[in-house]
Design a binder for this molecule. Structure first.
Ligand code: ZN
Length: 318
């Protein structure tokens, strides 16, 4: 890596200095993954204030909601309004989750910068979660890509491959099946495929191995690491993914959400902890940790009484 940089400098000795781009991209998923996992419905005004606070911290990517029927997830009934608010804030990528063509149409109409589609590596989870087999889900993805190509060719489509590291319904998910599904989805025309530890079953050796295998199969279409802290391995798993070249990480402020079936257990990796880890390592995130921690107040105001997670937040912050 160092030698490459040196060669590049010699090749372009007079290239103007550009502001340093973040070395890792932290993608905040709290307003989607977090809110859909809690029972309470956050009032829209509180959601918008929370999103403003997240933006002010320097985050450059956010998943703001899901385009699903309000009767399925009342927490997401205001998603179009939330998208319109978020896209008016400068300098970040606003994503929304869309489970099908109808959701994708609504999301593109609202003006999202990027679509994310959930696809389960586990057949049992796919049938339970979206009532479709994996092969049927690949067909849905093809439809969404065709729509994107027709009406919004600049909008990337990302897959969040859930249960890639294991499934509470069927147990182990063989690596070969994850690689197979990644290849199918890449062929369907998506731009990125991230791997999600939906059930918090991953370990660092597995994370390294699976990201390497997926990268060998689909190259630069390998996307984000969406890792959970259900069993305390969230940061270790993020570091393992970083070790093998992953540079985009999903995380949730206060660790909100991610584990609807285990009340009291933390789910998503805590954004604050993740930013702290990378910054301490000298890896730039572009996020101001103090402002990020301050954004917890906006989250608490909108969801009073909800448990939030994170280590040693007060250390060194005075
Ligand atoms: Zn999650």
């Amino acid at each position: 890596m160092m030698n490459e940089n040196r060669d590049a400098m010699h090749a372009h000795p007079k290239a103007p200095a550009l502001p340093a781009a973040p070395a890792v991209l932290i993608s905040e998923v709290g307003p989607r993954d977090g809110l859909q996992s809690v029972r309470a419905v956050m009032p829209t005004a509180h959601k918008l204030a929370w999103i403003d606070a997240l933006h002010a911290s320097g985050l450059r990517e956010i998943e703001v909601g899901s385009f699903v029927p309000a009767r399925t997830l009342p927490q997401m009934a205001d998603v179009a309004e939330v998208v319109r608010h978020a896209i008016a804030l400068p300098g970040w990528t606003v994503m929304a989750l869309v489970p099908n063509l109808r959701g994708a149409q609504a999301a593109l109409q609202a003006g999202v910068h990027k679509l994310t589609i959930p696809a389960s590596a586990s057949e049992a989870h796919s049938l339970a979660n979206v009532r479709r087999s994996r092969a049927e889900m690949v067909a849905v993805v093809r439809e969404v890509v065709a729509l994107r190509d027709a009406v919004a060719p600049g909008v990337p489509v990302e897959i969040g491959m859930s249960t890639a590291f294991g499934c509470t319904l069927q147990g182990a998910v063989p690596d070969d099946e994850v690689v197979w599904l990644a290849e199918q989805l890449a062929q369907a025309g998506v731009d990125e495929i991230g791997l999600s530890d939906t059930t918090g079953m991953a370990n660092p050796v597995q994370v390294r191995r699976l990201f390497q295998r997926v990268r060998a199969a689909i190259g630069d279409k390998t996307g984000s690491a969406h890792l959970h802290n259900t069993r305390g391995l969230g940061l270790a798993n993020c570091l393992a993914a970083w070790d093998v070249g992953v540079r985009t990480f999903d995380a949730s402020l206060g660790g909100l959400g991610g584990c609807p079936y285990a009340p009291g257990a933390s789910g998503n990796v805590v954004t604050e902890d993740l930013v702290f880890m990378f910054e301490a390592m000298g890896v730039a995130t572009g996020v101001d940790l103090g402002r990020l921690i301050a954004a917890r107040e906006a989250l608490k105001a909108g969801l009073p009484g909800e448990a939030l997670y994170g280590f040693n937040l007060s250390f060194g912050m005075a």
